[in-house]
Design a protein around this ligand. Structure first.
Ligand code: NAP
Length: 490
């Protein structure tokens, strides 16, 4: 694969490459360029040069290009699904869902053509007006994570491009391939040169340079809180606007009056979807004491039936890389070491043949997890969940909010009062009541605390990509009389 800069495909100017492994087998999948700062600077320059003509094209034409890209992607969707299975280890049904998400986001954002409007404010006299335009920022640096390598790219490209910004895309080094595939589809759709640029390489090597560059006016990043905090510091050099979608530690509450079957189905989804590697993954299970044991028995029984291994024939795929596998193992070791009981899992599965080299970890459930332990406080990002029995509603609200993250949360109850009280008191960007996620394009995906700032989706999300510009005008044609400028000067 190659970088795409100013309308040209090329390797790194240093010739250096990085390796992408297949997480299901641990074998080499592809090599990709390790871009240099020079490459990044050329991509930014190209985006800056292309900005004015892209913006002046108008949103109707920009939308057409996005929709053409969507149609091309839709027509070749099996190719993208295969890439997602290979580079991320997704199971086919989930790879398909991600491609649906890509198509939906491109459609949704393209639908805002001619709908980003400004305002006219009254001036201080009747012949004066203040025209407030909503205008794009200019060059956007888009940094994406590996867990939804295609959907996160679509969710950044579509609003940035529709509103007239130009883009330098830097995908995760764990999943560069689907980004290249998507960029190729935009080229086929007629995106002008320089408007969309792709650079691959380690964030730790080129990230600081990209986000602090004087020509980058907006940085949109989905990833870890630690990286988000670093970006905030570095981007301050240029006062770049930030959209940061960071970590999560979702509580999943099952109240005593819950529909148990729906709660179980949703929990299996919320915990094991994408092998637990989702920012909205259920990471803390709170179950009312009256139903705790029965619920846990059913949950563990269902978890044990999940198939793991070859993504083509499994419910749960591998973790993204060896480091993620080791981190997950460590969380469980620490929990076991501190006396927390493992009800199922707690190990790597024994797999045959080429999958024995993959980064798999068994779906794991931990009983009576401690609120202060890593299992309940740190983002695990793997197929592991701790559970706790709770008795009072005040207590569960307090415990749920006791997290440095505040993205998603879940509640299962049939009681209206419980539901609406939770809606008031849960301090999370998203609360799913009696339903699983994921978020919709028309919802605003955002979080409290260390989950970041800004958000994506809905009109609010697209307006993150435009800023207000004020034009003051006096149309009277009359001579100006200014109190602080003497008339006898003229
Ligand atoms: P990450 O390590 O923070 O990486 C995210 C992106 O930032 C990657 O493209 C990475 O490049 C880049 N990066 C790394 N260091 C950088 C630097 N110094 N400057 C600029 N960019 C840099 O996160 P991840 O492991 O890919 O993703 C997992 C995290 O994403 C989890 O915490 C998860 O909760 C979060 N997430 C949040 C949402 C949400 O909507 N809130 C959605 C999905 C995921 P390299 O890959 O080259 O290092």
């Amino acid at each position: 694969m190659k970088n795409y800069i100013d309308g040209e495909w090329a390797g790194s100017s240093s010739g250096a490459v990085l390796e992408k492994m297949n997480p299901s087998t641990g074998e080499l999948l592809e090599k990709f360029p390790a871009a240099t700062r020079d490459d990044v600077a050329r991509a930014i320059d190209a985006a800056e040069s292309a900005f004015e003509s892209w913006y002046s094209l108008g949103s109707k034409e920009r939308s057409r290009i996005i929709l053409r890209a969507r149609d091309i992607i839709s027509g070749k969707r099996e190719e993208l699904e295969k890439l997602l299975i290979a580079e991320n280890g997704k199971v086919p049904v989930q790879a398909g869902e991600e491609v649906d998400g890509v198509i939906d986001q491109l459609s949704y954002y393209a639908g805002f053509e001619r709908k980003i409007t400004g305002e006219i404010a009254e001036g201080d006299t009747s012949t004066r007006k203040i025209l407030q335009y909503r205008v794009p920022y200019g060059v956007v640096a888009a940094l994406t994570p590996w867990n939804f390598p295609a959907a996160m790219v679509a969710r950044k490209l579509a609003p940035a491009l529709l509103t007239g910004n130009t883009v330098v895309l830097k995908p995760s080094s764990d999943t560069p391939l689907s980004s290249e595939w998507i960029v190729r589809k935009f080229i086929e759709a007629g995106i002008p040169k320089g408007v969309l640029n792709l650079v691959t390489g380690k964030g730790s090597e080129i990230g600081d340079f990209l986000v602090s560059h004087s020509k980058v006016s907006l940085v949109t990043m989905t990833g870890s809180t630690e990286t988000g905090q670093r970006i905030m510091q570095k981007a301050s050099a240029n006062m770049a606007r930030l959209i940061l979608e960071l970590g999560g530690k979702a509580p999943f509450i099952v109240w005593k009056d819950a529909d148990i079957k729906n709660a179980l189905k949703s929990l299996i989804w919320a915990k094991f979807w994408n092998s637990g590697q989702s920012c909205i993954a259920a990471e803390r299970l709170y179950v009312h004491e009256d139903i705790y044991r029965t619920f846990m028995e059913k949950f563990v029984a269902a978890t044990k039936k999940l198939r793991i291994g070859d993504p083509q024939h499994s419910d749960v795929g591998p973790l993204i890389n060896m480091k993620a596998l080791e981190t997950t193992e460590q969380f469980v070791k620490d929990a076991a070491g501190s006396g927390q009981k493992i009800l199922t899992g707690g190990n790597k599965p024994k797999l045959e043949g080429k999958f024995s080299g993959g980064y798999f970890y068994l779906p794991t459930v931990i009983d009576d997890a401690d609120q202060k332990s890593g299992i309940f406080q740190e983002e695990i990002f793997g197929p592991v969940i701790g559970a706790q029995s709770v008795s009072s509603f005040d207590d569960v609200i307090l415990k749920s909010n006791d997290s440095r993250y505040g993205l998603a949360s879940y509640l299962f109850t049939k009681d209206q009062k419980t539901a609406f009280e939770a809606a008031e008191r849960m301090r999370f960007g998203e609360l799913y009541i009696n339903m699983p996620g994921p978020e919709s394009s028309q919802g605003y995906h955002t979080g409290f605390r260390l989950t970041g700032q800004g958000g994506e989706g809905s009109r609010n999300g697209i307006e993150e990509y435009v800023k207000l510009k004020n034009v003051y005008v006096d149309y009277s044609g009359k001579e100006l009389h200014l109190g602080s400028v003497r008339e006898d000067l003229f």
